[in-house]
Design a protein around this ligand. Structure first.
Ligand SMILES: [Zn+2]
Length: 325
């Protein structure tokens, strides 16, 4: 489990302990960790000592069993609907039930800030935030606060995990005994979070996805051989976005390798870099990064995985051909 870093955690603890907590917070973090981060925020709000002390209240919140901590979207959906916010409005008018001082709403909006309906739930939520109800706290989890409507942002306080430079993270992982390749890859993919880097470093599923990304850019060179790569990316379902994200990092690093060597941070993958540079011209690398990013967005918007990956593979191959050296 990732923990709120000292900046964010300490800030929130003080805000609640000293009685100047606001009613609505935006919590910005990596997608996979937003649910954990939100639950920790709820713990700080609910715990009698406003810390994560491990008391009965803390435990109930962390285990997801606290009746006054309500998580949205409901029913295990990924995307928020207006109905979720209607439920929040209804519930927020009720008194706490679990012997507690407040009610907390945790909104996982990581898949809901773009695409159809994203304005609807935000506008509905806006009304609630504009007229806060006493002893009600709302935490909105996002990967990028700028994806929310400006009107929401201006009425919430934003809490961000502090981001460390990847070189600092790589050095710390090395100090903890990880091999160079693991340190370099995990630090580039950790979005500035040391905890996330270490989680990546020990996760075989994620590393499989990274190896698939390397293999795809090294060897997926014609439409004839594209299918097995698409299937391989799709088969590691939980880590598709990791795979796509690492493809953009590899292509980005291949640009540094050629244009700005001082920014190149994958010395352990030099052989792969040589192959990727031979396969993708500078122009092709740039265009492919855009293509992969828009594929990631389509997946976030709920488009069919195989269709998105098929289109991406043919798009990449076409760009590779069109922008050849
Ligand atoms: Zn506690």
């Amino acid at each position: 489990m990732i923990t709120l870093d000292n900046n964010v955690g300490g800030y929130l603890v003080r805000a609640f302990a000293e009685g100047h907590a606001v009613h609505a917070y935006i919590v910005e973090g990596d997608k996979a960790y937003v649910p954990d981060l939100l639950r920790q925020c709820a713990t700080i709000a609910m715990c009698p000592t406003h810390s994560i002390c491990g008391c009965d209240v803390c435990q109930k919140v962390i285990e997801g069993n606290h009746q006054d901590v309500i998580t949205l979207p409901r029913d295990g959906r990924a995307r928020l609907k207006v109905e979720d916010i209607a439920y929040l409005v209804e519930e927020s008018s009720l008194r706490p039930v679990d012997n507690s001082v407040a009610r907390v709403f945790l909104i996982d909006a990581t898949s809901s800030t773009s695409g159809i309906g994203s304005d609807l739930w935000q506008n509905k939520l806006l009304k609630t935030i504009e007229e806060p109800i006493a002893d009600t706290y709302i935490f909105i989890g996002v990967t990028d606060a700028d994806g929310l409507l400006a009107t929401i942002r201006s009425r919430c306080q934003t809490l961000k995990q502090t981001r460390l430079p990847s070189k600092v993270i790589a050095n710390e992982l090395k100090r903890r005994g990880y091999d160079l390749k693991t340190c370099q890859i995990a630090s580039l993919m950790a979005n500035g979070s040391l905890q996330m880097a270490e989680k990546i470093a020990v996760d075989n599923g994620i590393f499989d996805a990274y190896n698939t990304a390397i293999d795809t850019l090294e060897n997926m060179l014609s439409t004839k051989v594209a299918l097995p790569y698409v299937s391989r990316i799709a088969s590691n379902k939980a880590n598709v976005t990791h795979c796509l994200a690492f493809m953009t990092v590899l292509l980005g690093q291949s640009l540094h390798y050629r244009i700005a060597p001082e920014l190149f941070e994958l010395s352990s993958l030099k052989n792969s870099m040589d192959k990727i540079c031979a396969n993708y011209s500078i122009q092709a690398s740039r265009v492919c990064i855009e293509k992969i990013n828009s594929a990631k967005k389509s997946l976030d918007d709920g488009c069919n995985l195989n269709v998105v990956l098929d289109n991406l593979a043919s798009g990449i191959l076409e760009v590779r051909y069109r922008c050849r050296l």
